[in-house]
Write a protein that binds this ligand. Structure first.
Ligand code: ISL
Ligand code: CA
Length: 555
């Protein structure tokens, strides 16, 4: 059977983390008007679908992933009228908007939870998971993603509630039909406003294993996979959302899924499942995470990444779809993690963009990657804002690590690396806000050389490379729907693959290293170089981080 053609396979997603995108009113916090002021920039780049990280009312314990009112815009970001203008501004430019929807948990300041915690007989008690403690401690040994027990004792009733993330993010109980109906109402509210779909936060976690048995797996990753994710009713819940609401609109959905492995991927996105359109699987993003998670780094290499891409391609076949991405607001900057952000920043940022835009799957670009923004180098723990980094700092220091060592790790892997403000120009605060305003998190000190203004004035910039590739992809069905065949699966630094569909074919040749590397492509005779990150080189030796896209003729 031929692969199904869909608009959401052909378009490209760009993620906006609103807090860090553009401040329009001097409070140091990015906002909706700031985004509106940059719509022409996004259009110029050539992306199609904006994924907006949460902008709802929130006490911001986890920067909006803790929602206290799903129907209101957080005043820091603006008003509902401004939101409507943003949506219209995008639609006027033939672009789309997908909302980030977080239904695994709410904020503890949501009225449901405030009611729920009041008494054991509250009509909202069953909106969350309340359990008695065991042997003077929590009901089981589950750990929170953000450190410590996943259970918090609430004094009012003497019971514990479950929070897989921070204690200000109590898990919603979707076993309760009322909760599911609330969720349908929320989805409908935003769809009726005209949004074009959803990114569903941790959708793999929404059904719990109700026996709440202790986790006995060796690593945190395994616990997520085998205990927290893919619970018994997860597909029933997603299908119900699809049948009741989602299927009635021409929209797209992408599920974010820690713990979704290749074995179960198609259960979420198989085209006949009536569930989600695509997933963000996190296998390659969790590489390097040791038994205790991201601050417990273990080595990995490029081949591990390649193997994961191969396994997912094979697992999806022609019947499922993924998004292709190498960074987002939860991970290090792409060029710092998978490239060389010092000696070959521009070359490697371009190489990675070629990878993201030529694989099979809907590409997702994280804000700032289009200008090759890098990780930060914080020197003091007070520079961090992320609840995860702050909590684990305490935990690791208690266990004997020095703050100095912890900061060195956080500078490699912490989420704030991706959350510093977009560098718009070389003025103080990088043009994110005015020089005399105080941004909510410090601007990366390299803003004077790495910024949008510079990128737009330089034809050889990372920005224009993205722009050209985005344009190429749009007009090349083989790069969207084509089969993908890797030529050098074993190589640790080369990544060479073909994309082909009917009589159209492309060859992508990437040197993922600081070295000169020979590549054997001479036997592929009829080919023309379409785009590369060095000047028109056709030789058999690739320069460091050289990336070439060839069109193959006579196929
Ligand atoms: O960043 C992580 C913790 O180490 C990831 O495991 C992340 O928590 C996971 O991918 C789920 O992320 C999503 O849900 C979180 C939120 O903090 C993240 O920002 C969001 O992308 C809870 O809502
Ligand atoms: Ca602002």
């Amino acid at each position: 059977m031929a692969i199904e053609r869909k608009w959401w396979k052909e378009q490209v997603i760009y993620q906006i983390y609103p807090r860090s995108f553009k401040d329009s009113n001097g409070d140091g916090i990015g906002d909706i008007n700031g985004i509106i002021s940059k719509l022409d920039y996004l259009k110029l780049l050539g992306v199609d679908i904006i994924w907006l990280s949460p902008i709802y009312q929130s006490p911001n314990d986890d920067n909006g992933y803790d929602i206290s009112d799903y129907y209101a815009i957080h005043p820091e970001f603006g008003t509902m009228e401004e939101f409507d203008m943003l949506l219209k501004g995008l639609h006027d430019r033939n672009m789309k908007l997908i909302m980030d929807i977080v239904v695994n948990h709410s904020s503890d300041e949501h009225k449901w939870f405030e009611e729920s915690r009041k008494s054991k007989v509250s009509p909202y008690r069953d909106y969350y998971f309340w359990r008695e403690g065991k042997d003077g401690g929590p009901p089981n040994n589950w750990q929170s993603f953000f450190g410590g027990s996943a259970w918090e004792l609430d004094k009012t009733t003497g019971e514990y509630y479950l929070h897989i993330f921070s204690k200000k993010q109590p898990d919603l109980n979707l076993e309760n039909e009322k909760v599911r109906n609330e969720i349908f109402k929320i989805l409908e509210f935003w769809l009726d406003k005209g949004v074009d779909g959803f990114r569903m936060d941790v959708v793999s976690l929404i059904s719990k294993r109700l026996d709440f048995v202790d986790a006995n797996q060796p690593t945190f990753g395994k616990v997520v996979e085998e205990v927290y994710s893919n619970g018994p009713r997860v597909h029933e819940y997603i299908k119900e959302m699809y049948d009741t609401v989602l299927s009635k609109y021409d929209i797209m959905t992408v599920g974010e899924g820690p713990g979704i492995t290749t074995d179960v991927g198609l259960d979420y996105v198989g085209h006949d499942r009536g569930e989600l359109n695509m997933i963000f699987h996190l296998d390659h993003m969790f590489l390097g995470f040791g038994p205790k998670g991201r601050f417990d780094q273990v080595p990995y290499n490029w081949n591990d990444v390649k193997n994961i891409f191969k396994d997912w391609y094979d697992a999806m076949g022609d019947s499922g779809w993924v998004s292709i991405f190498l960074d987002n607001h939860d991970f290090a900057r792409m060029v710092s993690r998978f490239g060389n952000d010092k000696l070959f920043r521009i070359e490697s940022a371009k190489l990675l963009s070629m990878l993201v835009l030529t694989m099979r799957g809907t590409p997702c670009i994280f804000q700032g990657s289009e200008i090759g923004m890098t990780n930060v180098r914080a020197e003091d723990i007070s520079e961090y804002r992320d609840v995860e980094t702050i909590n684990f700092h305490k935990e690791f220091v208690t266990e004997g690590m020095s703050t100095f060592d912890f900061i060195n790790i956080a500078n490699i892997t912490g989420r704030d690396n991706a959350r510093t403000p977009i560098q718009w120009n070389d003025s103080p605060n990088g043009g994110f806000c005015d020089a005399d305003d105080e941004p909510w998190i410090g601007v990366n000190s390299n803003y004077e050389s790495i910024n949008v203004k510079q990128a737009l004035s330089d034809r050889g910039s990372v920005f224009y490379f993205y722009k050209e590739l985005l344009h190429l992809r749009k007009n090349a069905p083989a790069l969207i729907y084509g089969n993908w065949e890797v030529i050098d699966q074993e190589s640790d630094n080369l990544y060479v693959y073909k994309r082909y569909l009917e009589n159209e074919a492309y060859l992508v040749v990437l040197n993922h290293s600081d070295e000169h590397v020979a590549v054997d492509i001479e036997h592929i005779k009829a080919k023309i170089l379409v785009i590369s990150n060095y000047d028109n080189r056709m030789t058999q030796v690739l320069l460091p981080w050289e990336a070439r896209l060839y069109k193959l003729l006579n196929v």
